[in-house]
Design a protein around this ligand. Structure first.
Ligand code: BGC
Length: 737
């Protein structure tokens, strides 16, 4: 291959306007294809357009090297499933795998070879809009989510019909951005990087994820697109990853804005770090020909490469791109996936799966014996999301169609014996400028011009007449996702006012929250007789909610991220380190963590792993096979029996946490080490069994990334077992060397 043919392979463009030519002449994409200056395209919207591009690429490439096609398939493709954070709340890995597998098949049927998923950024700050795309706050849950998603997407292999290549993103610690501001940097202990943020990547790589995308942020001052120690050192060197690494959107170019070099310098740095393909910015295409001739001597950032070194790096990246194409089967058949031979799975199958997933993702936070509802009944359905379609799809649903959504009103109306009266009650937000921002990518937020007082009065009257109100509140689709961080993650003010007014009626309120992030619910939780956290549930989100409300599906979801009591107490997670203060007694002014957060208000904090069922589940004390174990091969079995004392079958997620009360360094007060879902039929018991091994006791010590080691300290450990991260029973064990 010539130098320019090799550089062309490293260029990755968005399909944009595709190949269409108008009076203005050929598109940039068409020009690149004709000159053999393109390795792959993302964001094609149909099989026909991908095929047309492939034909043009093959004609433009002297060696007939095919393109591959990629897309953001984050929580479903045409069939939009619940948001990733919502899917994670199901804790049901078989279900998550099934959604990924369905999405893979729909994507493959449209000629896509790679999808930019799973997003496995552990996220602990609900201000960050991209928490919606993440599997939540816990590294173990995120790791299991990574495994399930990669398996669903890649199946038996990325060249198999109906499968696609997964792309683990964003590498790494994008979820640890300062203050939850999107694109901000992360400064953290190497131990935290390893234990929290790298752990899901290890899991995804272990099951063979074929590609990785770098993140926009810096980690400890070195931007990830130039982070040789993490990409070339850790990912390639330590983990042995030999797949493809792509940049994020203009991520290479943005290195200059990070302050680490001029445009040509950052190209050399990114290529050296191990970014194989340059997405959208075309900086590789622009700068590499000259760098390959002149080399680089950038004293301002202490970077030097000879021309031969640059050529070697180009060869390395190019062979990874070609390898990826070979693994996809494209070098044997350039039209693989583009010949119409793969059929999309039946839409009805997708709908049924989406509905099951939507119900499984709902987390029941409160239920004063009001749910499930029984028909016949009169219900007032109020709130700005009662008749919503577009927002239900949630962020990053690029191929979704809002017309596929059945609204909550429609889902309730078709139930026999449900007599509905509807009233909007309020707008999603009341500021015009904010409404404009929420509508920037298409109008999903309507503003009802009526007087706010009149709208509330209408909802209150409907609630009084019906004697029961379902209140559909939450966030707009654009409240979450990329570039959508919120200062205060709470329910927008007009919706809180609606709930205040409704609660004064004394009519029981079933509050359903459709959101993209964990919101501080505060007084909203108090006002509710029943509270269901439904997230943005995709095309069948509202139907899943209706199934739960009327008992056709039993609630089983558990929070994948803690819900704060107040927006000011974020970031927040369950796995905090113990501290010396405040301790009971002398220095204790407050137990809520905040002087101005009352004990009552703190009750609206819902812990990680929390979620109610329609049953009463009693946990017996955990039984250990032994309280002592020794050395590397030691094992302790823990058994816990759960009895369902209620009348409804339940799916229980039994969670196992560990604490290490004395170690070389401070260890988290508790850390999820395993979980298991067990079906517990009404009036029956079921037993969950866990095996604890030494691997679960290990933790990283890392004076630097390179010197990191996994260690453990013999002595006492405490196992905590229960239905969530707070309400657990402890069992002490001793592990000797
Ligand atoms: C996002 C990625 C996404 C890419 C391509 C970027 O802005 O950070 O997650 O895959 O765009 O759409």
């Amino acid at each position: 291959m010539t130098l320019s043919e090799k550089i062309g392979q490293l260029n990755l463009l968005a399909a944009g306007e595709g190949l269409a030519t108008g009076a203005a002449g050929p598109t940039r994409l068409a020009e690149r294809l004709d000159r053999g200056e393109l390795g792959a395209v993302f964001g094609t919207k149909s099989l026909a357009s991908a095929r047309a591009m492939q034909e043009r690429a093959l004609a433009g490439s002297r060696l007939s090297i095919p393109l591959f096609f990629a897309e953001d398939v984050i929580h479903g493709h045409r069939t939009v499933f619940p948001l990733p954070i919502a899917l994670a709340c199901s804790w049901d890995m078989a279900l998550i795998e099934a959604t990924a597998s369905h999405a893979a098949c729909e994507a493959a049927a449209e000629g896509l070879h790679q999808v930019y998923a799973p997003m496995i950024d552990v996220a602990r700050d609900p201000r960050w809009g991209r928490i919606a795309e993440s599997p939540g706050e816990d590294p173990l849950l995120a790791a299991r989510y990574a495994v399930a998603t990669v398996r669903g997407l890649q199946g038996a292999g990325i060249a198999e019909p109906g499968q696609v290549a997964a792309c683990l993103k964003h590498f790494v610690a994008y979820g640890a951005t300062l203050s939850g501001r999107d694109y901000d940097n992360a400064s953290l202990a190497w131990e935290d990087l390893i234990e929290i943020h790298l752990a899901p990547f290890v899991a995804g790589l272990d099951v063979g994820a074929a590609s990785v995308m770098a993140s926009f942020n810096a980690v400890n001052r070195l931007p990830m697109h130039a982070n040789a120690p993490l990409i070339d050192g850790w990912l390639r060197g330590k983990q042995g990853f030999d797949g493809l690494v792509v940049s994020d959107y203009t991520g290479v170019q943005e290195l200059s804005a990070h302050g680490i070099g001029a445009p040509h310098t950052v190209v050399a740095r990114a290529l050296h770090a191990g970014i194989d393909m340059d997405m959208v910015g075309e900086d590789y295409l622009r700068e590499l020909p000259r760098l390959a001739v002149e080399g680089l001597d950038a004293q301002d950032c202490d970077m030097r490469f000879t021309p031969a070194e640059i050529e070697g790096l180009i060869d390395r990246a190019c062979s990874r791109v070609l390898d990826f194409k070979a693994r996809l089967g494209l070098l044997d058949d350039p039209y693989r996936g583009l010949d119409g031979a793969i059929s999309a799975p039946p839409r009805a199958e997708g709908r049924a799966l989406a509905r099951r997933a939507a119900a499984a993702a709902c987390v029941l936070l409160k239920n004063d014996r009001l749910l499930p509802l029984k028909a016949p009944c009169d219900v007032a359905l109020v709130g700005p999301f009662a008749e919503d379609r577009a927002n239900m799809l949630g962020t990053w649903s690029v191929a979704g169609d809002a017309r596929d959504v059945v609204t909550l009103r429609e889902a309730l109306e078709i139930r026999e014996g449900v007599r509905l009266q509807c009233a909007r009650g309020c707008n999603v937000v009341d500021e015009a400028w904010l409404t404009d921002r929420l509508n920037v990518h298409g109008k999903t937020v309507e503003t009802d011009p009526r007087d706010p007082g009149d709208m509330i009065a209408e909802a209150v009257a409907a609630a009084r007449t019906a004697g029961l109100a379902i209140v559909a509140v939450g966030e707009a689709r654009e409240h979450g996702g990329e570039s959508s961080s919120r200062l205060a993650p709470d329910l927008p003010a007009p919706q809180r006012r609606l709930i205040d007014a409704l609660s004064e009626t004394g009519v029981p309120l079933v509050i359903v929250v459709f959101a993209s992030r964990p919101l501080a619910l505060g007084a909203v939780a108090d006002a509710a007789s029943a509270l269901l956290y439904a997230w943005h549930g995709g095309i069948a989100g509202p139907e899943g909610v209706a199934d739960i409300l009327f008992g056709d599906a039993a609630p089983s979801g558990r929070l994948a991220a803690s819900l704060p009591a107040h927006p000011g107490e974020v970031p927040l997670h369950h796995s905090e380190d113990p501290t010396g203060r405040p301790f009971r007694g002398r220095f204790e002014k407050f137990r809520t963590g905040w002087l101005d957060l009352s004990d009552d208000a703190a009750a609206a904090r819902y812990p990680f792993g929390f979620g109610l069922t329609y049953s009463r589940l009693r946990y017996d004390a955990p039984v250990l096979s032994s309280t002592r174990a020794r050395g590397d091969d030691g094992k302790i079995e823990l058994r816990v029996t759960v009895t369902n004392e209620g009348d409804v079958d339940a799916l229980e997620t039994v969670q196992l946490y560990l604490s290490d009360p004395v170690a070389r360094v401070t260890r988290p007060a508790r850390r999820l080490i395993d979980f298991q879902q067990i079906a517990v039929a009404s009036r029956q018991a079921a037993t969950a069994r866990f095996t604890v091994t030494l691997a679960q006791l290990r933790y990283p010590l890392a004076p630097s990334l390179e010197d990191a080691q996994m260690v453990w300290d013999p002595g006492s450990f405490v196992l905590h077992v229960g239905p969530n991260s707070r309400d657990t029973t402890a069992a002490e064990i001793v592990w000797e060397r």
